[in-house]
Design a protein around this ligand. Structure first.
Ligand code: GDG
Length: 490
């Protein structure tokens, strides 16, 4: 398994010793249970702008404790700036989320991306044999297969993209579109979150591959043939460890914390938003929608509060810092604009990381989850919220542009995150929804998430990578399911 970051972040403690803690974010949440379950080696950057030998030792020791091996790829502080903050997060991240106006197409970033991807490939070569299956993750490492081939690697190499893949009219803005597309075609299997992303990729390949592109087969995995190359291309909606979430959410400790939250914010329904600090997550529009709901429906005053948790992320990039300031101003404006003698606070704002128990307690305490990204590969928070809703009487309001909407469209209330009044009306609808409807919707979503959990995701990806013959690709019997419907917003 190869990803930009290792699943643990390493920091030097005041005494000089290295300490580590589990990383946050969707990729780690999804893949940690998989490696714990199956074993293997995880290769990635330890998250520190240092490259010392004592760090390598700390990484190896942490691997020994966690039940699978860890191998570090060391990055200098300059590489972290140009490869990670630069190419990955100022070029690919905004572009692939259709926000091309936020891209900084600095040519030095691309050079650094190629160089760092080569370094990853070298570490992979040093830690694997020809019979190992190599699974590369996400937008930081799209060039790794091409670099591995340059180094003479003959192993099977597959790739999963956790974020969306953009349509051709957006992808074409990328100055290095040709090189990047060719690099992606070096994988044997390319996995995307939804059929929308896969379709976008195939359209880009048709425009840019240079030779005719033929697509064979239909269903979850197809074969794309161009020139001498054939590449399998599939869509695999990522998921969560449903049973573990459900079990942990049901513990007395979590129930107690959730009850505490209700005691602190009594006699009202709680609406929850949890996001990494990121402009793709639609936090400002969400706050405006909540404010509009309070203006349009005064009966909601003192009857609802929005808990907005913002998890620090990429704070070294100026756009992220500005976003934080704007969110805080808007929260202040909303809370200051409606002052009630009883002390009702419309928005309860938390900036920081929650521990697992608090995270689950927020999920359990919330009557409504408001998840409104402008675009999102999948969105695991939506699935975790449903898994934690053990009483099955909560409502999920979900952006139709989150990958999860393809799977949850029959249970969630889908919204266009840009439609502030539409989201406001949906908040009111969720508030007044009957218990019977809430239960029916939540049950449907939970059933689907339970069936298509993280272990299903890994199995289906590995089968697609390893099956000799795709026609004999062994799928679960009830395979044609909600998880794979091609939801297109009207
Ligand atoms: C990328 C794609 C795709 C959040 N706050 C805390 C915390 N979290 C955990 C959640 C969840 C994860 O972080 C966030 O996952 P998302 O999927 O919502 O979003 P991204 O980080 O943007 O992930 C995304 C994902 O990759 C997987 O493919 O779904 O579309 O953008 O698991 O629980 N965890 C803890 N404290 C927090 O405060 N412990």
């Amino acid at each position: 398994m190869v990803s930009n970051r290792l699943p643990f972040v390493f920091r030097r403690a005041p005494g000089g010793r290295w300490e580590n803690q589990p990383g946050s974010g969707g990729l780690v949440s999804a893949l940690l249970p998989v490696l714990r379950h199956r074993g293997g080696t995880w290769i990635g950057w330890p998250g520190a702008g240092e490259t010392g030998a004592d760090l390598a030792d700390a990484v190896t020791a942490a691997g020994a404790e966690s039940g699978f091996a860890l191998a570090p790829v060391m990055l200098t502080a300059a590489e972290v700036r140009s490869f990670y903050q630069g190419f990955a997060n100022e070029v690919i991240w905004p572009l692939f989320h259709d926000m091309q106006s936020l891209c900084n197409f600095d040519p030095a970033y691309w050079s650094s991306y190629k160089e760092v991807n080569r370094r990853f490939a070298e570490v992979v070569m040093a830690n694997s044999g020809v019979h190992d299956f190599l699974w590369i993750h996400d937008y930081h490492l799209m060039n790794v297969a091409a670099e591995l081939r340059n180094l003479g690697c003959r192993s099977k190499v597959a790739f999963f993209l956790h974020i969306p893949f953009p349509p051709p009219d957006v992808f074409l803005y990328l100055p290095w579109r040709q090189a990047l597309l060719n690099a992606l075609l070096q994988y044997e299997l390319l996995g995307f979150q939804t059929s929308r992303d896969r379709r976008n990729f195939i359209q880009c390949a048709r425009l840019l591959a240079g030779e005719e592109v033929a697509v064979h087969g239909k269903g979850q995995v197809v074969t794309l043939a161009t020139g001498a190359r054939t590449v399998r291309v599939g869509h695999f909606p990522i998921s969560i460890d449903y049973n573990t979430f459900m079990r942990q959410a049901a513990t007395a400790e979590v129930a107690q914390r959730a009850a505490e939250l209700h005691r602190l914010l009594p006699r009202r329904k709680l609406i929850l938003g949890i996001d990494r600090l990121d402009y793709t997550k639609g936090i400002l529009h969400r706050l405006l929608a909540f404010k509009t709901a309070l203006t349009r429906y005064p009966e909601l005053h003192e009857r609802i509060s929005l808990i907005q948790v913002v998890v620090p992320s990429r704070v070294d990039i100026p756009q992220y810092h500005d976003l934080k300031t704007r969110i805080e101003q808007l929260v202040g404006e909303i809370n200051g604009g409606i002052v009630r003698p009883g002390g009702w606070v419309p928005v309860w704002y938390v900036f920081g990381s929650l521990n697992r128990i608090d995270l689950l307690a927020y999920y359990r305490a919330a009557d409504i989850a408001l998840i409104t990204p402008f675009k999102d590969g999948m969105n695991l928070v939506a699935k975790e919220y449903c898994a934690s809703s053990i009483e099955e009487e909560c409502v999920l309001i979900l952006s139709e542009f989150a990958g999860a909407a393809a799977q949850l469209n029959r249970g969630a209330l889908l919204v266009n995150p840009y439609d502030i009044e539409g989201v406001a009306d949906t908040i009111q609808r969720a508030y007044t929804m009957s218990e019977a409807e809430r239960r029916a919707r939540m049950r449907r979503m939970r059933r689907s998430i339970r069936e298509y959990d993280i272990f299903w995701w890994v199995d289906s990806f590995l089968r697609a990578a390893i099956a000799r013959n795709l026609d004999a690709f062994p799928l679960p019997e009830n395979y044609v399911a909600e998880a794979l419907t091609d939801y297109v917003p009207i």
